[in-house]
Design a protein around this ligand. Sequence first.
Ligand code: HAM
Length: 508
Amino acid sequence: MSEGAAKKEERRKFQAIKGTRDLLPPETALWNRVERIAQEVFTSYGFGEIRLPIFEQTDLFARSIGAETDVVSKEMYTFEEKATELPSPRPFFTPRGYTPALEEAFQANPGFNTPENRRRLALLKDHLSTLEQAEVRRDAKASSAAYDHYVAVLETILQGDRVSLRPEATASVCRAYIEHNMQQLPQPVKLYTIGPMFRRERPQKGRYRQFYQIDAEVLGGSDAPGIDAELIEMVMTLFKRLGLEGVELDINSIGDKQCRPKYVELLRAELRKVKDKLGPDSQRRIETNPLRVLDSKLENEQKLIGGMPHIADHLCEECAENYRGVKKELELRGVKYRENWRLVRGLDYYSRTTFEITAKGLGSQNAVCGGGRYDGLMELLGGPPTRATGFAIGEDRLILSLQEAGKRPAAKGRDVYIAWMGEKAYTKAVQAAKNLRAAGFSVELPPVEQKFGKALGQADKLGARYALILGDNEVASGEWTLKTLATGEQAKFTEPTLLDFLQENNAV
Ligand code: HAM
């Protein structure tokens, strides 16, 4: 690189990474409002907040969401947590010499002294003992095999764990439920969490690589349809309170372990018959996950897919009964829904009820909330059999839809701008700013002296309601001047009467 090019490179401005963005005021006021109201509504339904780590073991997501799903196979940000604190096996590596050194390093580094690593260490010791016995017997073949096994286990330890930025929150909530023995609490446990998620998707309107979810989960208890219906009622209540427009709820049941596999086979067989007329993505999915073909948005596939068998006709009696129950419970609550037999969702853990909510003004990425029941997931993660259901709202899309409907927060200016001149006035101004702020007003105190004209201009630009004028005269007389910027009116106040006036005029 030439010197000039190097200089240019040095001066290059940084930009937020593709698919990520900064959220700035005043928009952040709307984010805060949405989150505050979500917290209020969720609390009124008995939910408590859980805060989760932003990264977890990759396997947690692979096992929950499904290794074959787009989210896990293509979209996760994954990196290796290298085991750099462990002793290097080189240069005089022998399993006999190395194993105790490794054990010592595990003791010294609590981070590596995990159940998983202890299990691997025990395996190493087994292979070492097999190796030693084979050497005593002078069995070259057995000793070489034991050596290879030893090295393979060692490699997994040295490689460290693979971790991923979370693409969603449900897997982490389940991990936490198991880790903290929440099955011992009164069931069901109702939790919500709000925070960023990460998926390496192609960015477009309403689709980002770092996006935010408002997630709620009901864990444990029964599979009573009232639980699903109340959860859906809760999110619809939130959307209503926020004034979200064009809200539509789609529901479906995708059956369970008993009935779904049979339907999937039937669907696969039917799809194979029309395989040649489908695009490459759908053709691949016929083999990997035929349910996902139902999700296709391709214009020329719609007619063919429309003719496929409906899962509702293939549910087992328990699932059919449960689905009828959910619909009845929704009606009881006055929640309007549309049945959509093609709603299958893109994550593997669902069973029975699934749902999605769309809203106005979002273009092709119009799902503002997705969720459903996932009764088998907890067991899949090594926990006790646990019924569970939940949803996640895409907060970015929710905000986008509110903004498109004109629900922008009014930019809130300062209540009081303090225009001061002179050293004595400054001392008063600092104190007045502190007192007014303590009383709940938003106050701007310029740090350097400026002429009154300039100060008033600045107060105007900041959208202040009042300018408090403090000069030598005001300090000497103890009578301060307050100017109402919209009308230009001026009035004199002593310090205590000023506070009374502002409070009466409801500036807080
Ligand atoms: P999901 O359908 O993958 O479900 O995501 C839920 C919502 O997050 C979507 O409806 C959408 O609004 C938003 N979303 C997803 N990806 C993006 C993106 N790249 N950019 C912006 N918004 C996005 C789940 O994540 C499940 N964990 C929901 C759940 C909770 N099911 C049971 N419990």
